[in-house]
Ligand binder design. Structure first.
Ligand code: CAA
Length: 263
């Protein structure tokens, strides 16, 4: 995990908590092909790390989370190459989205185009009061291509999604919160400490139960309620087979703090 990357920083914050920082601040952390490859490499490594409990994803510098896909790398692409680039971004983001633990977007500035799409591929978004969210692709002659047409619509509804995508106009952090795109807003200098504190709260819980919450929420979104509830029932039952369930409930009854082992 100590690999040196060109466009990202990947580090352990403390036990169970990892941080991935998009690190092209001069280009407002624009997502080029190398950066997508490097996110993919980190995600691949995290998929098999049983100690990972939370990933925080943020942007370097004080201006941007990410100002979109790198326009200088797209300017000469034709139809087939454009589609292939979209597919690449979509696959990386989907793999990130399906990591078996919570991934939190810590949006410290612009989250535009592919940057907004990356934030939406995380489980939820914490925003600084300076954050701006937008899908300005129509101003470049294209649609969003890294999943934005679908994830934004699911998150904020058709009308608001249509408004953002067809005008290309950004919304501020408060509007993003009001529309359900971001969960919480913090003053810029309090954002990362608040994100770490939230991550610490998660690492204190039973890891398998946390992972199963994510799986059932994600899988259930695309199912009708009856089937989704059967899935919940089965997962609830599976949790009863874990050591951590015994520990969690015994600790409550014995009025002591639970110590979870992740099994
Ligand atoms: N791609 C490549 N470079 C970018 C970039 C991007 N998406 N966004 C910003 N940059 C670069 C700028 O070219 C500039 O580089 P130079 O200093 O070498 O000129 C540097 O970052 C700083 O940017 P600005 O000088 O423009 O900074 P600003 O504060 O004046 O404006 C901004 C900030 C409003 C975010 C503006 O940079 C901007 O509009 N960026 C483009 C946003 C955008 O259109 N994003 C969508 C991209 S398409 C996409 O993402 C498709 C998809 O769905 C996958």
């Amino acid at each position: 995990m100590n690999t040196a990357y060109e466009t990202i920083i990947f580090e352990a914050v403390e036990a169970g908590i990892y941080q991935l920082t998009l690190n092209r601040p001069k280009q407002l952390n624009a997502l080029n092909a190398t950066l997508l490859d490097e996110i993919q490499a980190v995600v691949a490594a995290l998929e098999t790390r049983t100690d990972a409990r939370v990933l925080l994803l943020t942007g370097a510098g004080d201006k941007a989370f990410a100002a979109g896909a790198d326009i200088s790398q797209m300017v000469d692409k034709g139809m087939v190459e454009g589609q292939s680039f979209g597919r690449k971004g979509q696959r990386v983001f989907r793999r990130l989205e399906t990591l078996p633990f919570p991934v939190i977007a810590v949006v410290n500035g612009y989250a535009l185009g592919g940057g907004c799409e990356l934030a939406m591929s995380c489980d939820w978004i914490l925003a600084s009061d300076k954050a701006q969210f937008g899908q300005p692709e129509v101003s470049l002659g294209v649609t969003p291509g890294f999943g934005g047409t679908q994830r934004l619509t699911r998150l904020v509804g058709r009308g608001r999604s249509m408004e953002m995508m067809t005008t290309g106009v950004c919304i501020d952090a408060q509007t993003a919160c009001d529309w359900g795109l971001a969960n919480r807003i913090y003053p810029a200098d309090e954002l990362m400490p608040a994100a770490v504190k939230m991550a610490q709260t998660i690492t204190k819980q039973a890891p398998y139960a946390v992972a199963m919450c994510k799986q059932v929420i994600h899988r259930g979104e695309d199912l009708e309620l009856e089937t989704a509830c059967v899935m919940e029932e089965q997962v609830f039952g599976l949790c009863f087979g874990t050591e951590d369930k015994k520990e969690g409930m015994s600790a409550f009854v014995e009025k002591r703090k639970a110590v979870f082992k992740g099994c």
